[in-house]
Design a protein around this ligand. Sequence first.
Ligand SMILES: Nc1nc2c(c(=O)[nH]1)N[C@H]1C(S)=C(S)[C@@H](COP(=O)(O)OP(=O)(O)OC[C@H]3O[C@@H](n4cnc5c(=O)[nH]c(N)nc54)[C@H](O)[C@@H]3O)O[C@H]1N2
Ligand SMILES: Nc1nc2c(c(=O)[nH]1)N[C@H]1C(S)=C(S)[C@@H](COP(=O)(O)OP(=O)(O)OC[C@H]3O[C@@H](n4cnc5c(=O)[nH]c(N)nc54)[C@H](O)[C@@H]3O)O[C@H]1N2
Ligand code: SF4
Ligand SMILES: [Mo]
Length: 696
Amino acid sequence: MSEEASPTHTICPYCGVGCGVELDTESGLDLTGWHDNPVNDGSLCIKGMSADEIVEHEDRLTQPLVKGDDGEFHETSWETALSRVVTEIEDIVETHGPNAMAFFASSQLTNEVNYLYQKIARQLGTNNVDNCARLCHSSTVAALNQAVGRGAMTNSMDDLQEADVYWIQGANPAESHPVAFNNYFKQAASDGTFVIQIDPHENKTTRDADLHIANEPGTDIPLLNAVLKTILEEGWYDEAFIEERTDGFDELREHLATVDREAAAAEAGVDLDDLETAAERYATADRAAIFTGMGMSQHRCGTDNVQNLINLALATGNFGEPGTGVNPLRGQNNVQGNSDVGGLPGVFPGYQSVDDPEARDHLADVWGFEPPAEPGLTHVEVAHSGGDQIHGAFVLGENPVMSEPNNDEIVAGFERMDFVVAQDVFMTETAELADVILPAASWAESYGTVTNTDRRVQLMRPIETVYENTRRDFEIINEIGDRLFDEHWSYDGPEDAFEELREAAPIYRGLTYDRIDPDGLRWPCYDEDDDGLEYLYEDSFATPSGRGQFRGVGHTPPAEEPSEEYPFILTTARIEQQFNTGAMSTRSDLLNRVAPENFVDIHPDDAEELGIEDGDDVRLRSPRGEIELTAQVTDATQPGVLWTTFHYSDAPVNKLTNDALDPVSKIPEYKAASASAGEVAVEPVETTMVAEAEDD
Ligand SMILES: Nc1nc2c(c(=O)[nH]1)N[C@H]1C(S)=C(S)[C@@H](COP(=O)(O)OP(=O)(O)OC[C@H]3O[C@@H](n4cnc5c(=O)[nH]c(N)nc54)[C@H](O)[C@@H]3O)O[C@H]1N2
Ligand SMILES: Nc1nc2c(c(=O)[nH]1)N[C@H]1C(S)=C(S)[C@@H](COP(=O)(O)OP(=O)(O)OC[C@H]3O[C@@H](n4cnc5c(=O)[nH]c(N)nc54)[C@H](O)[C@@H]3O)O[C@H]1N2
Ligand code: SF4
Ligand SMILES: [Mo]
């Protein structure tokens, strides 16, 4: 492995911005921003700054563990753990067929690990491999793929600074992508870029918004239909662009003829005047860029939501130039890469569809075996099929028991399986259910590449030592592949795997470790003279016809509407100081000091009616479960809407969320469930305990 002397240069393990960090191991582990990294120029957000805290954290898994008949975990050797994993997988495949196994790929891990991992699934004969993109931007990817050809950000952080208008809908970049926001977009905003934000909740992004439109959760389609119709009626669309580069505009126009703008604005709970202002600003700007996030994708109509944003950009000619496009800021540090390398049930590396015979032929050439043609199951479907189709699961660096909706059903699904193996750095809620736990080395100990939100492939270099008896993810997965297969499996290390990935995935073909070190390069990059693309679709789209595809969409309200028993809409999102299920971030003292516990935002009018005061313990209920957490009475949320986060395991909000799925992207509707809120009554038993304590 090519080692660097300390300091070591690598990439932050948290979000998809992909900030460079410098690790000094001269005396203990010291983390600072990597000043020469082109993404962050040395800046880090609070999560990045604290990422060293988890590397030698006392909770780290240190030894392979197997669950005994007593239901407890016992330490074992790597040999015993690995041979058990391999035998169990072989048994399941032999007894029930390869589609009885499910593989959870990890967007916290490198391209090389995930590339080998999805190859294991495919070499066994199943496409049951999926990653957190399913819970995240799968709707965005589906809509972008269909309408413009590639499921990735159309533009990049650098060129987006050139926009005159930002349209930010259902995303909170100031808190979810802080360095991108502070180093790139905030600067543009203070230099005059007009910022439109559409979000039911106020947040840090709102501080830089010139116009904040607070719609009701789940009403983005009628809202955008009113905007589109305004643009058409006022003649603010780009006729030449529509004519030269798109299909389906007449159908969109016909579809919008049925839309009543007043009624659509009322449905969204917003003023039509505001929508008209937003429409005019966006459509008449020279260059306008759209940002889309979880508020759009995590609905059962997530794909339609994003399609309507694409309609907006196509109608106004906002593609193929700096400062334009439709831009999903991606979630985990390598969610873009994991999807690029085939950690998805419907595509092989490089987004080659599993049902495309040419793609299978190509991969048969590279791999030496024909991969399966039938698309695999998606994340939530896997747990729901536990004990039925799915008999075994390999959970690599994910925590589905906390992250997937309607938790109790997910737990039940895993419990129905014959064998579960978890490979993680910490004992997660999912690992608790496993039969075998493989303790992995952490991000700082990893070697390989990761691909950030604007398609930049960067190298992660490891510190020299590996914690206790952990092993690097690459070594573990490579070893399992080696034990499972006699043929088509032999890798000397990450770079060797990357060389094969280049063969498998044409969009990565021009990338080599030498070329990407140290500044990274963006895909698509087809040969070694290609420097990658800053923004996509300059001359044509990547669809089969080369043209952008309009598709008018109608309103699909959330699967669950408020009722007498559950009068609120509950929506769940993120805060700046914690990350996803908290497996890593809630183990940082720094982050816990600033964001110690979960809370629910409730509007003052609702709080008054329910007799809830700021700081009270409240019980949230949905048709699926209940949790207790602290009330934060604030008009950041709107009447009728409860807003909370999913970061804390002691208030697991996914006990409440709805597992209704988008039929195309299969994403769950995390952003709208019906719920009730009430003060937690002081239990008599607590009173007694207090009384006893006082007596002592
Ligand atoms: N600090 C921090 N950063 C992170 C993460 C983290 O956990 N913490 N996670 C990473 C990951 S995996 C991801 S995917 C990204 C996600 O980053 P974002 O897309 O910013 O994700 P969220 O905060 O879940 O949701 C964004 C906004 O959607 C709003 N919203 C809710 N319902 C609706 C609706 O119906 N319509 C509209 N228009 N808006 C709605 C919420 O109020 C919220 O402000 O962040 C990444 N970065
Ligand atoms: N209610 C609600 N639920 C949501 C969302 C929401 O907005 N609302 N958002 C969804 C979204 S966008 C996402 S992306 C998912 C995230 O869902 P998950 O991916 O399941 O959640 P994470 O907490 O990111 O889990 C990452 C795991 O990787 C482990 N890990 C970290 N580094 C390493 C390593 O080097 N090696 C190994 N082997 N493991 C490692 C961590 O310890 C952790 O257990 O959650 C989804 N769930
Ligand atoms: S913005 Fe994202 S990548 Fe950058 S330091 Fe923060 S969490 Fe890490
Ligand atoms: Mo995500």
